[in-house]
Design a protein. Structure first.
Length: 173
């Protein structure tokens, strides 16, 4: 625990969380776009989004993913990137935080997509939004949490391999 107070260690951990979180957000976005393209849903999705909504959705994805990655790695790395906690505990954190990230992103995306509906002022659209929010708040968040857990498990494996490679580079002459 004393290693966390050494100068530069906290900043290094933030940089690692930022880099891995940004990598995760980018991979998630590219994967989603490829899946939508293959299934033929990309054109209709892009037709319904404007630049501000798309940018806001990406911002929510990026912020929740970097935050979740930071929480996963908090206190997990020592001075030479060695694990301060057992791998199974790190993977468990990643699975849990992945689930929280999935639910947080879905909630944020729902709010962003609801803004134009609320601003339209249409009574029937607002009732539809409330009904959709009720379904999203129950089944959608549970599904997003479970999917996020699976994605967190996948990224935990990738991150462990990346950190092992970084350690090997640090130890090589």
């Amino acid at each position: 625990m004393a290693e966390l107070t050494k100068p530069g260690t906290i900043e290094r951990d933030r940089l690692i969380a930022w880099a891995l979180g940004t990598f995760h957000a980018g991979v998630l976005l590219v994967t989603l776009i490829l899946l939508l393209h293959v299934t033929g849903g990309l054109a209709s999705l892009l037709g319904g989004l404007n630049t501000a909504s798309g940018l806001a959705l990406f911002a929510v994805l990026w912020v929740t993913t970097v935050w979740s990655t930071h929480r996963t790695l908090q206190g997990a790395l020592g001075p030479a990137l060695q694990n301060e906690i057992p791998i199974y505990q790190l993977v468990g954190r990643a699975v849990w935080r992945g689930g929280i990230n999935g639910a947080a992103f879905l909630g944020g995306a729902g709010l962003i997509l609801a803004i134009p509906i609320v601003l339209s002022g249409s009574g029937s659209a607002i009732y539809s939004l409330l009904a959709g929010g009720l379904v999203l708040g129950t089944f959608g968040l549970l599904g997003a949490f479970l999917l996020g857990c699976l994605v967190g498990l996948l990224f935990a494996g990738i991150d462990v391999l990346l950190l092992m490679a970084a350690r090997a580079l640090l130890e090589s002459p």
